[in-house]
Write a protein that binds this ligand. Structure first.
Ligand code: CTP
Ligand code: MG
Length: 229
């Protein structure tokens, strides 16, 4: 049994406004992408990684891990779903794909292990790391967007994180179906749900943040220093 990590890294980091894609910013002397790859490859069952990179990416080939035998690179697409599709569609149908954002370097090997335990759970197609919502949730008014319509129950709401684990064949078909029908696919699970697969929620560490805005960088640096201990 083995797993291939799939790392969408073809985004350009519009919200980070850094002059280069955020996965190439450095924390503690290493690019965010390298921290992310190290976290994934630290699990003994993860034996290969496929990165989906932007066609105009000139930084990736200069990085120290680029020529490693455990790494392959495919071209990313215009949206995250296209980038993931380009990578998972190269895998055998029955292979397990562990899809993880390049921009989430603070992933612990424990959390990977919890998710990979699902490979033995025949009742679900796969699952995702997620954390229960903490704040009180407000639904805004449909037309007056700054006015509260009502309070949503927080009871059954989770934040979806990555990694997300599915069989490559099922995920490929689900993303293709979603792209064809125009379903909103913002993660792998949304594509799988839309075609009727059971997706398990696995409680993960909320430190596994997606670096999105500049203020996320010191937070990620702190979580990475904690993980290193
Ligand atoms: N991603 C991708 N292909 C795209 C868009 C995003 O592979 N066409 C990747 C990003 O590189 C990132 C992950 O998907 O690792 C999550 O996306 P996001 O946080 O939105 O990153 P960006 O799209 O780079 O940032 P922004 O939306 O602010 O431009
Ligand atoms: Mg984006």
């Amino acid at each position: 049994l083995s797993v291939t990590a799939v790392v969408p890294a073809a985004g350009i980091g519009t919200r980070m406004q850094a002059g280069k894609p955020k996965q190439y910013l450095e924390i503690a002397g290493k690019t965010i992408l390298e921290h992310t790859l190290n976290a994934l490859m630290a699990h003994p069952l993860v034996n290969h990684t496929i990165i989906a990179a932007h066609p105009d990416d000139t930084i990736l080939p200069t990085l120290p891990f680029y020529k490693k035998s455990w790494l392959s690179v495919v071209q990313g697409g215009s949206e995250r779903a296209h980038s993931v599709l380009n990578a998972v569609s190269t895998l055998p149908e029955t292979a397990w794909a562990l899809v993880h954002d390049a921009a989430r370097p603070c992933l612990s090997v424990d959390d990977i292990g919890k998710l990979l335990a699902l490979m033995k759970d025949e009742s679900v197609a796969g699952g995702i790391l997620a954390t229960p919502v903490r704040d009180t949730m407000k639904r805004a008014h449909p037309t007056k967007s700054q006015i509260v319509s009502h309070t949503e129950s927080r009871e059954s709401l989770w934040h979806a994180l990555t990694p997300q684990l599915f069989k490559a064949g099922e995920l490929t078909h689900a993303i293709q179906a979603g792209l064809t029908s125009g379903t909103l696919i913002t993660d792998e699970a949304s594509a799988m749900e839309a075609v009727g697969h059971q997706v398990k929620l696995v409680a993960g560490n909320p430190a596994n943040i997606k670096i999105t805005h500049p203020e996320d960088l010191p937070l990620a640096a702190f979580y990475l220093s904690q993980l290193a201990q």
